[in-house]
Design a binder for this molecule. Structure first.
Ligand code: SF4
Ligand code: SF4
Length: 147
């Protein structure tokens, strides 16, 4: 009997407590600044047009535990010809970001991305630059020393 009363007390208490869950996707919780979402390939301004901060050294690809980064360097410049991340294998460990000596990668808080095929999750360098987010984050990037 005492057990039953205790149980009912817990149920009643929960009934009048505000839920901690939200009605996703109608309501969304704010992601913490250190939330680990999609990776962004950063750009830098060089007069005419922005270029990738990435010099295609391949260090991130060598350190990626999932082998999901592909990098190929342009023949005559320190820019990536190919840079892609296969998100179907990525575990969002951010080792690539921490191991890049040029600060060419950063983590965003973008986490909503769905697709139906594995190929869809291979993001190329243009998609990884995340232009619309890049411009929004421009002030942040401008205040940092460009490499
Ligand atoms: S992102 Fe950084 S570590 Fe990876 S290839 Fe580019 S410069 Fe090198
Ligand atoms: S976050 Fe981790 S698994 Fe994903 S690409 Fe970077 S190093 Fe690889």
């Amino acid at each position: 009997m005492i057990g039953l009363i205790k149980g009912l007390k817990t149920t009643l208490k929960a009934f009048f407590t505000r839920p901690v869950t939200v009605m996703y996707p109608y309501h969304k919780m704010e992601v913490a600044p250190r939330g680990q979402g999609l990776i962004r390939l950063r750009m830098k301004e060089t007069g005419d047009k922005p270029v990738y901060k990435c010099v295609a050294c391949g260090i991130c690809a060598k350190n990626c535990p999932q082998h999901c980064i592909t990098v190929e360097k342009k023949e005559d410049e320190k820019q990536p010809l190919v840079y892609s991340v296969n998100y179907s294998m990525c575990i969002f460990c951010r080792i690539c970001i921490d191991s890049c000596p040029f600060g060419a990668l950063e983590q965003t808080q973008e986490y909503e991305w769905v697709g139906e095929t594995r190929d869809y999750f291979i993001r190329d360098k243009e998609a990884l630059a995340m232009d619309e987010v890049f411009h929004e984050a421009g002030q942040v990037n401008d205040s940092e020393e460009e490499v």
